[in-house]
Design a protein around this ligand. Structure first.
Ligand code: B12
Length: 492
């Protein structure tokens, strides 16, 4: 059987990093981990190919070659997924769909032949068995949260890694917390399920053997969901693995209570983690209580971010406005927080309620649901009626974005961060593409850009004061360009 795995295109969003990737001549951040994992679970007989629409086109020849097209997508890829499915239908190729978009809203895709929903570790085998016996059903779902000990090493061999800037791997699924706007616990459970240290080392070894030296993103919902296991088994194994190797800095997602455990921070940094995405959400305590983000309550959050930075972890912060407890002062409070904490990559969104969340249920009960969830929580849209009114919320949101990504404030924040940050000692690996990015940044930002004054100030400040951080400073300058483009696109 010939299986074509297709990953639909992302629109131009905050996380697409499209405008930044151009500086290194790449079109996409990371290859699609879900499809590569599924590919590794398919029987080894038969042929498999992957087409990631973010880096290449889907041709008629591809469709003519395939017996089945396997599609995976997030909600944000809905439109491209729909177009892909239509093209398969026209070409007479059967479609099998899975991943978060279809798990949440499969009813909206009448042209899909088979849905293999939830986690493939549970649903793929029964589907394949039925298919072989000629009695495959249309929908396969499961309420079980499978053990990850059987999850195979993703089939990196079917993707051209050269086309990407980073590679995702996954150590755990699930999160112990209860934030009411997040659907992770409904989709993946409360109890973090982890792979073994040996599994994760096997994944890293396979990437290293393929010549990968650039960054690795651990796409866990909360990397520190099971602290004991990572402290006693996984991080020591990663520290050992890293010895004598170059490159491959790690990043991940974790909750703010990471700062409560200095030993954990120290081990993470020694293992090679240099960046962590943290859902900070809001400096407003009442709003934190409203959404049950209890792990963030009662803390000096600016100081927590700084503690992480001083330990060697850059913090990418997620922020939300539009809680019922937010008043008109929230916009300035968020700006102040982001600036003071040096959260360079500040992802600010309007409160949205995805399906299967407690927030969704509450909004439904209160008759406050409108529109479809766009799937992109940074596009300035929302599917709920905010208590403060939509227009004041949108206006305040515009104010935040135009402030924090304006060159003056953005570069000021970069400096705030660089002054605080103690980078980990991962042996760097110089990629020719980074030299290219430096030249392009000089031309595009330092000569042509509206930020040229700030750019050169950062350039020389870092070169003389913190030379080790110079590559990071240039990366931030390039990210700033991307954030501004996306901001202009969404909020003008
Ligand atoms: C990594 C990640 C990203 C990366 C994506 C990198 C990439 N190119 O893959 C980045 C940072 C770009 C990202 C961004 C966003 N993300 Co995201 N992200 C994740 C995260 C943390 C991990 C995804 C992953 O790789 N998982 C590991 C793989 C193995 O799991 P998987 O893809 O689900 O695949 C499994 C099954 O679903 C199934 N499967 C998947 N596909 C298929 C296909 C077939 C045919 C079959 C049979 C089975 C199957 O089999 C796999 C093994 O079980 C998930 C949460 C999560 N734990 O999944 C959120 C998640 C996917 N993201 C989500 C969201 C909302 C976003 C953003 C909108 C967030 C934002 N703040 O803007 C943006 C949108 C993207 C954009 N560009 O605008 C939501 C999606 C909700 C939805 N229903 O679509 C999730 C589920 C998180 C959440 N809390 O809701 N994200």
């Amino acid at each position: 059987m010939r299986i074509l795995l297709v990953y639909p295109e992302f629109p131009d969003t905050f996380w697409s990093f499209k405008h930044a990737l151009k500086f290194i001549r790449k079109k996409a951040g990371a290859p699609p981990l879900g499809l590569l994992t599924v590919a590794a679970m398919l029987p080894s007989v038969g042929e498999k190919r992957l087409v990631d629409l973010n880096v290449t086109d889907l041709t008629e020849e591809d469709l003519a070659w395939a017996d089945y097209v396997f599609v995976s997508a997030m909600v944000v890829q809905r439109e491209s997924a729909q177009t892909t499915i239509k093209r398969c239908k026209t070409a007479g190729v059967k479609v099998v769909a899975g991943g978060p978009l279809f798990t949440m809203e499969h009813e909206q895709f009448p042209d899909v032949d088979h849905f293999v929903l939830n986690e493939a570790e549970e649903t793929l085998a029964p589907f394949l068995r039925d298919l072989e016996q000629g009695r495959a059903r249309r929908v396969y779902t499961s309420d079980e949260f499978p053990d990850l000990h059987q999850t195979p090493v993703p089939l990196w061999q079917i993707v051209n890694l050269e086309q990407y800037d980073t590679v995702s791997i996954q150590f755990s699924r699930g999160c112990p917390f209860n934030c009411d706007f997040c659907n992770v616990t409904a989709l993946l459970g409360h109890r973090p399920r982890t792979k073994t240290a040996a599994q994760i080392i096997a994944e890293l070894d396979s990437l290293y053997a393929l010549g990968w030296r650039k960054s690795i993103f651990f796409v866990d919902d909360n990397f520190i969901g099971n602290k004991k296991h990572i402290k006693t088994e996984v991080l020591p194994a990663l520290i050992e693995w890293r010895k004598g190797k170059t490159g491959m800095p790690f990043s991940t997602e974790a909750s703010i209570n990471l700062v409560d455990d200095p030993e954990l921070m120290r081990l993470m940094v020694r293992a090679g983690f240099d960046t962590v995405f943290v859902g900070i959400e809001t400096p407003n305590e009442d709003s934190l209580a409203e959404c049950s983000k209890n792990q963030n309550k009662g803390r000096d959050l600016v100081e927590s971010v700084k503690q992480l930075q001083r330990a060697g972890l850059q913090v990418q912060g997620g922020f939300i406005v539009g809680f019922d407890n937010d008043s008109a002062s929230i916009f300035q409070q968020q700006i102040d927080f982001i600036q003071k904490s040096g959260s360079v990559t500040g992802m600010v969104g309007l409160l949205q309620s995805p399906l299967v969340t407690r927030l969704y249920e509450r909004m439904q009960k209160e008759g406050r649901l409108v529109n479809e969830f766009s799937g992109d929580n940074v596009d300035g849209s929302t599917n709920i009626i905010p208590r403060m009114g939509l227009e004041p919320l949108r206006e305040g949101y515009r104010e935040i974005l135009s402030h924090i990504y304006a060159p003056k404030f953005y570069y000021e924040r970069v400096l705030t961060f660089l002054r605080e940050y103690q980078p980990p000692k991962v042996r760097g690996h110089l990629e020719p593409q980074y030299i290219l990015a430096l030249w392009r940044s000089i031309y595009q930002l330092g000569i042509r850009g509206v930020e040229r004054v700030q750019y050169w100030r950062l350039f020389f400040w870092t070169l003389f004061r913190r030379p080790r951080l110079f590559p990071l400073a240039i990366t931030f300058a390039i990210y700033g360009f991307h954030f501004r483009q996306v901001t202009e696109l969404h909020v003008g």
